[in-house]
Design a protein around this ligand. Structure first.
Ligand code: SF4
Ligand code: SF4
Length: 557
């Protein structure tokens, strides 16, 4: 199979690399399969229309143009190879519910359906109580004359659908498209309903998973569908691939990196960024219409088309910026809250260091041209390292610490979607019980067993506050919310509290921290005051404590 095809009605006036099949005749392609095509008129596994956009608009020299076109095919293939999503399918039955308040609407849709094509039910919107489940297994609760009943259907047509319907897969509103469009969709779904698993999830670093208090559920808040739901009694997140639209909004707001975007995950972003060294990356979200976009792409601009334009976070954008040592142009008119905040934070960091923005956003053609005219390399900003084994926070921290170096560049405010924080400890009150270390699942708080120190790496802290909620002492642990201090100490481990080991007064074995023993002794002394042996046990290890008490018991007997 020839993998790459370049099809254009008008003949190319220059040659392309031999790995690319070039043609202006569609009839030549009958029966041929391709991996990557520049045009949607040719069937292929991946449409890379950014190639045609680049070819038509670039001002690169002919030699660079020829080699960059080949490179763009290779980048598209790399995207396919790195993708970790996989297709799934589900059988969809023919039970159809029509929800409308007008008999005209119901008649209109029934008229357009073939007889016996669907097993059709109809209800008025006024009796609808709730819809749950997914396409192929939707559960509808209706209330009629004070009694509730349940309908189980495969798909729903809901005229003037309310928000609740738009969150569920398998629910369609003819007033948003048309009756014929909706009927075509219903039929197609019954033939073959395919979906993908866009999201991967690591519960071990999730800030919601199995915590007593709810300190995060940001992904649930931003998800436009019911693809992520909270099971509050177990504190588990439930993911429904079939309901996920693949927008990626949850990825950009996840503070810990527990969610990743399977079509282009964190590792793929790093791999792809390596192609953009010494170029100006132009990241284009798939919702932008490239066919009708005419701009002059000045020399050195290389596009990257991405799916799900809402997943880019601070790490992805900084990776592109540092590896290319250029400002990055992001062409997207549907920016997510998380991406917008990531861009603001990165731009503030870059302004402080390089007096330039890291990311230039364009939401339409004229803004794109403006960004293209403006984009420059950022002197001394190149930085690349293999971040593939690192978590999101760790890799971002490493990248920002490189920018900061030995300087103090001041403070950048974060939040409300990307949180950083500074943990403080009142050393007089801290007993070094280390409950806070156990509560922190992103390794921002660390206990050093050799030095008996409680340490914090501020750059890893998501400021979730679970350590504060877990601390047994009052007014001991606190967090200053939403700051990144751009100085070297913010990216290193700092000592929060320190102690030394206490040696058993009987056998000399070190068995607990001095502060913990002092605390227990302060509380228990009044109760044991009349018994010198019991008082002594407060300063003994478990073995000697038992021995002393047995001896005391035997003497008493
Ligand atoms: S946003 Fe991330 S850390 Fe927060 S609940 Fe969702 S998966 Fe967990
Ligand atoms: S990708 Fe979008 S639709 Fe899918 S789970 Fe995340 S926020 Fe929800």
């Amino acid at each position: 199979m020839q993998e790459y095809i370049y099809y254009s009605q008008t003949k190319l006036e220059f040659p392309l690399h031999e790995s690319i099949y070039v043609t202006s005749k569609l009839e030549e392609l009958t029966g041929k399969n391709f991996l990557i095509s520049n045009s949607n008129e040719v069937s292929s596994e991946l449409l890379a229309d950014e190639i045609e956009f680049y070819e038509k608009n670039t001002e690169d020299s002919l030699q660079n143009k020829i080699s960059n076109i080949k490179k763009l095919y290779e980048i598209a293939e790399q995207k396919l190879d790195c993708a970790t999503d996989f297709p799934k399918s589900k059988e969809i039955g023919n039970r159809l519910l029509i929800i409308s308040s007008s008999s005209e609407d119901t008649k209109a849709i029934m008229k357009s359906l073939d007889k016996d094509e669907f097993d059709t039910f109809h209800i008025e919107e006024s009796i609808l109580k709730s819809i749950s489940g997914s396409i192929g297994s939707l559960k509808v609760i209706v209330e009629d004359e004070n009694s509730e009943s349940e309908l189980n259907v495969d798909q729903i047509v809901w005229f003037d659908m309310k928000d609740e319907g738009s969150k569920q897969s398998g629910v369609f509103d003819p007033n948003q498209t048309s009756i014929s469009d909706v009927i075509n969709t219903l039929r197609e779904n019954c033939q073959n309903y395919e979906y993908r698993n866009y999201i991967s999830y690591d519960s071990t670093i999730c800030q919601y998973h199995e915590r007593r208090d709810e300190v995060c559920a940001k992904c649930v808040e931003v998800c436009p569908t019911v693809a992520i739901t909270k099971i509050d009694d177990k504190k588990h997140l439930e993911f429904s691939d079939i309901d996920c639209l693949g927008c990626g909004g949850c990825v950009s707001v996840c503070p810990s990196g527990a969610i990743d975007y399977n079509p282009i995950n964190k590792d793929a972003i790093f791999e792809l960024s390596l192609n953009y060294k010494d170029t100006h990356p132009l990241i284009i979200s798939e919702n932008m219409n490239l066919k009708e976009t005419n701009v002059s792409l000045k020399e050195g601009i290389l596009p990257l088309k991405i799916e799900g334009g809402k997943f880019l976070d601070e790490l992805s954008l900084l990776t592109f910026s540092q590896v290319s040592s250029s400002q990055v142009i992001f062409y997207n008119d549907e920016l997510s809250k998380g991406t917008l905040e990531a861009i603001r934070i990165l731009n503030e960091i870059y302004q402080k260091k390089y007096s330039k923005d890291a990311v230039l956003v364009a939401t339409n053609e004229s803004e794109l041209q403006e960004a293209i005219n403006k984009v420059t390399f950022v002197e001394n900003s190149f930085f690349s390292f293999n971040q593939q084994t690192m978590r999101k926070r760790e890799a971002f921290s490493y990248r920002v610490s490189h920018i900061v170096g030995d300087e103090d560049l001041g403070v950048v405010e974060t939040g409300p979607n990307i949180h950083y924080g500074l943990i403080k400890v009142n050393e007089d009150k801290c007993t070094l019980c280390l409950s806070c270390v156990g509560a922190c699942n992103v390794d921002a708080l660390i206990a050093d067993a050799k030095t008996f120190e409680l340490r914090v790496n501020p750059s890893l802290c998501t400021a979730c506050g679970y350590c504060v909620a877990s601390c047994a002492e009052e007014d001991c642990l606190s967090i200053k919310q939403d700051v990144i201090n751009l100085n070297p100490m913010f990216f290193k481990e700092n000592v929060l509290a320190k102690d030394k080991l206490f040696a058993c007064i009987e056998c000399g074995k070190e068995f607990a921290t001095t502060k913990a023993i002092e605390k227990v002794a302060t509380v228990m002394k009044p109760f044991f005051a009349s018994n010198p042996t019991k008082l002594k046990t407060l300063y003994c290890c478990e073995d000697c404590k038992a021995k002393l008490m047995i001896k005391e018991g035997l003497l008493d007997a």
